[in-house]
Design a protein around this ligand. Structure first.
Ligand SMILES: Cc1ncc(COP(=O)(O)O)c(C=O)c1O
Length: 423
């Protein structure tokens, strides 16, 4: 495929994207593109980024870079705003947020009246966690594999308001997702008001059965909060697929938005129940925009999200997920031969995981391993520690090359064969 054909392909994919994102249906044409795209397609994607190739960045789960189009939109808005700030920002730039809201709503298969743009996933999720009306003794079910800041938020509410946290533990690797649902179900009592779960577990990359968990919450009359920081634009997902009351995500991870962007979805009929973190007038009680009353801020940050949305649409979510799985296969297949190497997700079923993986080497200090990879091989990863397991988290992105994954595989084989090399 030559460059001109590729550009046509990206444009065609972009035109079809509402189908892919809005309803999670893919046209046959896109499926066949996803199956047949070769390295030429991904070369165009790789070259859309200005990343530092002197390191192999395999920690895109923390925060990911934006493509050049996003960065230039952000810079353009920022420079324009600086020319006559109050005039530019409030007359021209801020109203564009409605366009961004429409873009994100279409991607998440929601109404624009259910989408707020936040500065990150923490702000989105804490708006709901701290804004829900709960009484002393009310219970919240969450797991010990949820994000620490989200746990801290509930713990602060427990200290301040006397709510009770029920923290479940599930077996890792997850063998049967139905076991996870049963574990949450067992923790629900007559006092439970909220079920909070992660869509993709940040530690292991495990994709949880959020639809079943939200169905359970609805059946038991609970408010469901899904932490989608690692799911949106990583795996195919929509408000209807998840069926939650509230969903919070970062847009600077898998959406490749500017660093400092996030999204909050709240089902229209539940908006009124939540106090915003920063005050809004009573007339906005059932208006999703009440979660954006944060005072003066950079409009360029949220406006540049339109470019990120275009970029993600052009790739297409099914093709993106398939590519991330392919990048992982480059090294995981080579690790399978080593008895001292294990994975914290069930590799026999792709539906369990996508672009985030946790690998564990027996008796290894994974912090030291991460440092060794960086200092000796210029490969950036992150060590993960949890009560039940530990390992090295590996998250490539669409700009990652097969060659970079092979470089990582070579380094990991050295360690698997001789763990002492790490020191
Ligand atoms: C599962 C999960 N939730 C929430 C967050 C917080 O995201 P942010 O830094 O965008 O606030 C993270 C960040 O890594 C995460 O992994």
């Amino acid at each position: 495929m030559n460059r001109r054909t590729l550009l046509r392909t990206l444009t065609a994919a972009s035109a079809m994207a509402p189908l892919a994102f809005g309803s999670n249906r893919l046209t046959a044409a896109m499926v066949s593109m996803a199956d047949t795209d070769g390295e030429d397609f991904w070369l165009t994607v790789q070259q859309a980024y200005d990343v530092d190739r002197s390191i192999v960045n395999l920690n895109n789960g923390g925060v990911a870079p934006s493509p050049r189009t996003v960065m230039s939109a952000f810079h353009r808005y920022t420079e324009q705003a600086n020319g006559a700030p109050a005039y530019e920002l409030w007359r021209h730039q801020e109203p564009h947020v409605e366009h961004v809201r429409d873009d994100l709503a279409m991607m998440f298969g929601a109404s624009s009246e259910e989408i707020a743009i936040t500065r990150n996933a923490s702000e989105a999720l804490e708006s709901v966690q701290l804004g829900l009306r709960l009484e002393r003794g009310d219970e919240v079910v969450i797991s010990d594999q949820d994000y620490p800041r989200m746990l801290t938020t509930w713990e602060q509410r427990a200290r301040r308001d006397g709510i009770v946290i029920k923290k479940v533990k599930f077996e890792t690797p997850v063998k049967d997702p139905a076991d996870v649902v049963r574990t949450y179900e067992q923790a629900i009592t007559a006092r439970t008001k909220v079920l909070h779960c992660s869509h993709v577990v940040f530690l292991t990359g495990q994709i949880l059965p959020v639809k079943d968990l939200c169905d359970l919450a609805r059946k038991r009359g609970l408010f469901s909060i899904v932490d989608g920081a690692h799911a949106f634009n990583h795996i195919a997902t929509s408000a209807t697929d998840v069926g939650c009351d509230a969903y919070g995500t970062s847009l600077h991870k898998w959406t490749s938005g500017p660093i400092g962007t996030g999204m909050l979805y709240v089902r229209k009929d539940r908006i009124k129940e939540i106090w915003p973190l920063m005050a809004a007038p009573e007339s906005m009680d059932d208006n999703i925009r009440k979660f954006e009353e944060i005072g003066t801020h950079s409009a360029g940050m949220h406006n540049a999200l339109s470019e990120a949305v275009q970029f993600q649409r052009a790739i297409g979510i099914e093709r993106k997920s398939a590519r991330l799985r392919q990048l992982h296969r480059v090294w995981i297949d080579q690790m399978a031969a080593y008895d001292n190497v294990s994975f914290l997700t069930d590799l026999s079923n792709d539906r369990n995981q996508c672009g985030v993986r946790l690998v564990s080497i027996m008796d290894m200090d994974h912090g030291k391993l991460s440092e060794w990879l960086l200092s000796r091989h210029h490969i950036f990863t992150v060590a993960i520690g949890h009560d039940q397991f530990k390992g090295l988290r590996v998250t490539p992105n669409v700009y990652t090359t097969i060659n970079e994954m092979e470089r990582f595989a070579r380094a990991m084989k050295i360690v698997a064969e001789d763990p002492g090399v790490v020191g």
